[in-house]
Design a binder for this molecule. Structure first.
Ligand code: RAT
Ligand code: ZN
Length: 436
């Protein structure tokens, strides 16, 4: 049967009889659309080969992911100090023995490792990592990236690019070639969170800034942002903020946000991504695994969205308790785009709850998930989990609409899935960020 283009269906004013799905056909139509649609991953910590050792991949990196390190310290008697004194390989061995041999991996992060091993046809119950190490050592990175993207069903990942990270700065300064599979993001944590230290780094890069964020300094930060915008061509600017974030605030950070970052985003027509709710380093002994979560005051979002209607905000909040308010604000402000179920929220039970709430309150006008992958192969399990969680939620939503009397077609389902996994992100960043 030849498919009727969706435009014709809409312009004819009624849906052709043969296109209507029965209630029983909805589930498979949703699953097919999810499987067929390659996603854009709006936030990761992944990098193309040109970034060298900054881009992490392979079994030792997978096992020493900080989500797994946090779990390791719960199951092992090893002190953090002893763990940090080991080589990466020894750390990975310790985590494998503890979480995968002595225990069945049932946590979200540990199941992820199993799914990755299985995707590459590797043993999931081996007593050591020799087979997996040999496999990864044999891969050539460019081909491996293509394979991982294919297995994960993604076309494009958005990076996290810190212009004040000494290693990364060097890569950009040396003039790195644009790789369409990896889109840049200008990450501003150091500037917007702890201006008391990084201002000296800007001085070293040749900007006339000071610790007080004076008027001259703000102009110079604009110049810094323009220079980095030209160098990186980012798809948005971004910052991760603590649960205590307030706006407006008469602090250097508050002034930098209002008078340098927001105007620069307007000038370059870029959204600003705000990831709010981290309580940094509540346990510094476990390093990257030592951050926690706190409920934020989302009046800061209200003030930003209302007072800066010309700016677009991509927002993810870390606390489960903030999720409903975020949806309410998205209903008030069309310059606000909720995205992802971030970090401690990225567990099926919580993703399900948040996604249902978003669909009920926002329809398809949000970006349901990003992977936050730090290690390349994590894309495989994180996107598999996202599709698996989305399938019953979408199915139920369409069944309810169907029960209430709206007929639904495969093409419409495909259009919605395309919005959720791709075009909302493309539209919001203003970039057609990748080929399909
Ligand atoms: O999820 C994570 O890995 C966190 O440590 C952070 O990277 C967070 O996603 C961030 O981008 O700040
Ligand atoms: Zn992240």
């Amino acid at each position: 049967m030849q498919e009727t283009p969706i435009k014709e269906i809409i312009s004819s004013g009624k849906i052709a009889a043969e296109e209507k799905l029965t209630a029983d056909q909805i589930e498979s139509a949703v699953k097919d659309a999810l499987a067929a649609t390659k996603s854009i991953d709006i936030h990761t910590h992944l990098y193309p080969p040109a970034f060298g050792r900054i881009g992490l991949w392979g079994i030792d990196e997978l096992l020493t992911y900080h989500y797994l390190e946090a779990e390791f310290f719960r199951h092992s008697d090893m002190t953090p100090e002893r763990y940090w004194s080991l080589s990466k390989r020894e750390q990975a061995d310790a985590i494998w023995r503890t979480l995968f041999v002595k225990n069945i991996p049932i946590s979200e992060a540990s199941r992820g490792i199993i799914a990755v091993l299985q995707a590459f046809g590797l043993a999931t119950d081996a007593s050591d990592l020799s087979e997996a190490r040999t496999f990864f050592a044999d891969q050539s990175i460019a081909t491996h990236i293509r394979k991982v993207f294919r297995l994960a069903g993604v076309t494009t990942v958005v990076m996290t690019n810190d212009p004040l990270d000494p290693d990364e700065m060097q890569v950009w300064m040396n003039g790195v070639e644009n790789d369409a599979q990896f889109q840049p993001v200008l990450r501003l944590d150091r500037i917007l969170r702890e201006w008391s230290n990084p201002w000296q780094q800007l001085v070293q890069q040749g900007y006339n800034v000071d610790s007080r964020a004076s008027a001259t300094c703000l102009k110079e930060i604009r110049r810094f942002l323009s220079d980095w915008y030209r160098r990186m061509q980012p798809v948005y600017m971004a910052v991760s903020l603590p649960d205590t974030f307030q706006f407006p605030a008469d602090t250097p950070q508050g002034r930098i946000l209002r008078e340098a970052v927001l105007p620069a985003c307007r000038e370059f027509n870029l959204p600003l991504s705000l990831m709010i709710g981290v309580r940094h380093q509540v346990n510094p002994r476990i390093r990257l695994a030592g951050d926690a979560v706190g409920r934020a005051d989302l009046r800061a979002i209200e003030n930003l969205c209302r007072d800066f209607p010309e700016n677009r905000f991509l927002v993810s909040v870390l606390s489960r308790e903030n999720q409903h308010e975020l949806c309410v604000y998205a209903r008030k402000f069309s310059n606000l785009m909720p995205f992802g179920c971030w970090w401690f929220l990225n567990n099926p039970s919580i993703v399900e709850e948040i996604t249902r709430e978003r669909i009920e309150m926002l329809g398809t006008s949000f970006i349901p998930q990003h992977s936050d992958a730090r290690v390349l192969e994590q894309l495989i399990y994180k996107w598999r989990n996202t599709r698996r969680t989305l399938a019953p939620i979408l199915t139920q939503s369409y069944r309810l609409a169907h029960e209430d009397g709206r007929c639904i077609t495969r093409q419409e389902i495909q259009r919605d899935v395309d919005k959720l996994l791709r075009s909302n992100a493309e539209k919001w960043t203003g970039h057609n960020i990748s080929p399909r």
